[in-house]
Design a protein around this ligand. Sequence first.
Ligand code: ZN
Length: 119
Amino acid sequence: MTRREVCFLLDGEGRVLWSDEGSAAALPDSRARWEAIWALREELAEVAHSHPEGPLGFSEVDRTTMAALERALGRALRYSVVAPEGTIRCLGAEGEAARVRPEPPWAAALRERSGLPSR
Ligand SMILES: [Zn+2]
């Protein structure tokens, strides 16, 4: 199965408000995503994306993007990364990442679209 990075914008109840996808190793910045984030800013609570090839962690680029997002919105969000071996989450762009066990319900859909095995 083709693996690709997928991004979900989620509300506070874990409902998927918007999604898009990139390639196996990258999720390029996209104007459409920024516009969706801005349009959904009232409901937006969490930004989740997959690392189909790992690692189970936030990259430098992720952290930079998260900080830019919070400057634009003026508040902190939750962020998650789903990798083959599990899911991590942090609160705020500089927050410490912690394992999420069990994975949130939306993670199954994110795994499926990313070409990752379910857990
Ligand atoms: Zn990432």
